[in-house]
Design a binder for this molecule. Structure first.
Ligand SMILES: [Fe+2]
Ligand SMILES: [Fe+2]
Length: 185
């Protein structure tokens, strides 16, 4: 699977607005990689495909996770985050992607995880700051990521956790764990 094939795959799978978002995340990830230098092909595929399952219905998404049989914890999370894990499963079965680093970056792109790699963090942050994102605090994350990706991630997690608290939405334990790890640094 190369980048063009991945782009063709999401063109078929996603609504136009979600497709455009995915391309912006990809372009943002490529820019960040001029600083961070992870495996470019893996970052390209993970960022292009990160929302592969985003336009499925909640019951379809739930079905994919139940069928996979190893997402008991994730199924207890808010259904908003399920598309990450379902996306990881679907790019495996639909597109034959087996690279565990790409699959993990897709899995962790919404909740984060205590064992995030640099690749995972780049996909997470690219998704968070792509140019169409416009919410209070995003500019700070854009500034921080040019200097220190962990500081940028911590800021993004703070903003997300604050939003979830104020909206009465449950917070995934994975999000709390990566927040705790970074805040102690
Ligand atoms: Fe997503
Ligand atoms: Fe996204």
């Amino acid at each position: 699977m190369d980048r063009q094939m991945a782009i063709n795959a999401i063109r078929k799978k996603l609504k136009e607005s979600r497709f455009d978002h995915s391309i912006r995340v990809y372009e943002t990830a490529m820019k960040l990689n001029e600083i961070y230098r992870v495996d470019e092909e893996k970052l390209a595929l993970a960022s292009i495909l990160h929302d592969y399952a985003k336009n499925l219905s909640i019951p379809e998404t739930e079905q994919i996770l139940k069928r996979a049989g190893c997402y008991e914890k994730e199924l207890s999370y808010n259904s908003e985050v399920w598309h990450s894990y379902a996306g990881s499963e679907l790019v495996k079965t639909d597109l034959g992607i087996t690279d565990s680093e790409i699959l993990q970056a897709i899995s962790y792109h919404t909740t984060g995880n205590i064992s995030m790699t640099l690749l995972d963090k780049l996909v997470f942050i690219a998704d968070y700051i792509e140019p169409a994102r416009d919410f209070p605090g995003v500019e700070k994350v854009r500034e921080l990521v040019l200097v220190d990706i962990d500081k940028a991630l911590l800021k993004a997690l703070c903003l997300t956790i604050n939003f979830l608290l104020q909206s009465n939405i449950p917070i995934a334990i994975d999000t709390i764990e990566i927040y705790n790890k970074l805040v102690k640094k």
